[in-house]
Design a binder for this molecule. Structure first.
Ligand code: PLP
Length: 446
């Protein structure tokens, strides 16, 4: 028996009920559109602003910088030490990368003017994709205009209804959005917990057609790495595909910064979908996938963020390709980055700061717990010429607020020592004043 399609009245009733569950009053016919002030996220953001104003914490976000993002930056007319950029290997201001971008602008213009299907490809696109495919010892690679849309479009294209996606609980938003859009069933496993993943696979694998396991090569909030060899063993045993997001791992992980496969000794071909971004070590913007030629052909023809979105700008493709060459040729950059991260970690631990599971790569969180305490600490550090961003709820769990330090090969030992000492001193001072441990009475009325 076929089910009849829901009537228009059923659909309207379901939409009303959903709106009511979210605390929204449905608009009556003829009432006209209201503004966006009723949106729950708007209300939350306003509440945060009120709380900040009451306890004297300015928003740490959208700071205006007067120079390129690197180990130093200029904020409010002052030179400050910068721990809030992804310039892991110090290539962002490298004149050779800038030269490559400028030459591509002269040859091909600033804008690619449309999707590659329609407006065509430029040799710099092919050169970058060939270089990335060689890097991952893969048959082919494909570049997208943004890293976020690379994950969204790839996962949503490859997976669908009747499939299963298992992802690490700490995976990036772009992975979660792709999973949601795909329509596949989703199971999240606790961070790096292979026993839990194995149980989920044993219970669920047989119920679905295709299964994909997704993880990150270097976790962006915690600065630790996954047990890649164990993931490869599980994907083989249960007949799944494995996707690894190398957004932060490229340049940071492995003795030459080649990424997770170099650090763990797995064969790159053991991973079915290598994903990465051009916006971090490669000093550009955009994202990429490397894998089999069938996978790449599938994405070239159908991935929404590739087919229906503009091509990567030629200047960015050229810059990223040059940065990838420099990464391979100048692996001392990776050694300096990893030495800086190790020095930061050692100094932070000696100063009694909590750095969680972070390893000596490029990301070190300093865990403080309370979100407002993290924001206040960031403000105090800026006043002392250190730029570092807080990560607060809901980006991390309620009591998991932190300052996230991004290290660069260009940081000097003295800058690292100073940043750790000042962080420990200011955090201690704020805690002694009881900041973040009690709720000011005025907040209880909000
Ligand atoms: C793990 C991870 N994947 C994907 C992205 C999205 O990349 P992009 O910012 O280049 O769009 C990010 C962004 O920081 C990330 O951290």
């Amino acid at each position: 028996m076929t089910e009849s399609a829901p009537s228009k009245a059923d659909l309207v009733a379901a939409a009303r009920a959903a709106a009511q569950r979210r605390g929204l009053r449905p608009v009556a016919a003829g009432e006209g559109a209201r503004g966006f002030e009723g949106h729950p996220d708007w209300r939350d953001s306003q509440r945060m602003k009120q709380v900040g104003a009451l306890i004297g914490v300015a928003s740490p976000f959208f700071r205006l910088h007067g120079g390129h993002a690197g180990a130093m930056t200029r904020i409010g007319g002052r030179e400050v030490v910068n721990f809030a950029s992804y310039d892991y290997c110090g290539l962002n201001a490298d004149p050779r990368v800038a030269e490559a971008a400028k030459a591509a602008i002269d040859l091909y213009g600033v804008s690619p003017s449309g999707s590659r299907l329609v407006a065509g490809c430029r040799p710099v696109h092919d050169a970058l994709e060939e270089a990335l495919a060689r890097h991952y010892e893969a048959e082919a690679a494909l570049c997208f205009v943004s890293g976020h849309s690379t994950n969204v479009s790839t996962i949503a294209q490859v997976m669908g209804e009747g499939d299963l996606i298992l992802h690490d609980a700490l995976c990036h938003n772009s992975i979660l959005v792709g999973v949601k859009l795909s329509g596949a069933a989703r199971r999240s496993f606790p961070h790096n917990d292979m026993a839990a993943l194995e149980t989920l696979l044993a219970e669920n694998r047989g119920l679905y057609r295709n299964a994909l396991i997704v993880t990150e090569g270097l976790f962006s909030m915690d600065g630790d790495v996954p047990p890649l060899a164990a993931l490869v063993a599980l994907k083989r045993r249960f007949g799944c595909w494995l996707m690894v997001d190398e957004a932060h791992a490229l340049g940071c992980v492995g003795s030459r910064g080649r990424g997770s496969f170099e650090a763990t000794g797995i064969t790159p071909g053991d991973v079915d979908i290598w994903m990465g971004t051009l916006s971090k070590t490669l000093a550009a913007t955009g994202g990429y996938i490397a894998g089999s030629s069938v996978l790449i052909e599938l994405l070239r023809g159908y991935a929404a963020g590739f087919v229906y979105s503009v091509a990567l700008a030629p200047a960015l493709a050229a810059a990223a390709e040059r940065a990838l060459q420099l990464l391979a040729a100048e692996s001392e950059r990776v050694a300096r980055l990893q030495a800086n991260a190790a020095a930061f970690l050692a100094a932070a631990r000696a100063a009694g700061l909590e750095t969680g599971a972070a390893g000596p790569y490029g990301i070190v969180p300093v865990l403080v717990g309370d979100s407002l305490l993290a924001a206040k600490l960031s403000e105090r550090l800026l006043a002392r010429d250190i730029n570092v961003m807080p990560v607060m709820f809901p980006a991390v769990p309620m009591q998991g607020a932190r300052l996230r330090f991004f290290l660069s090969a260009l940081h000097k030992a003295a800058q690292i020592e100073m940043a750790v000492a000042v962080t420990a001193e200011e955090l201690d001072g704020l805690r002694r004043d009881g900041f973040g441990s009690t709720i000011p009475p005025a907040l209880l009325d909000l």
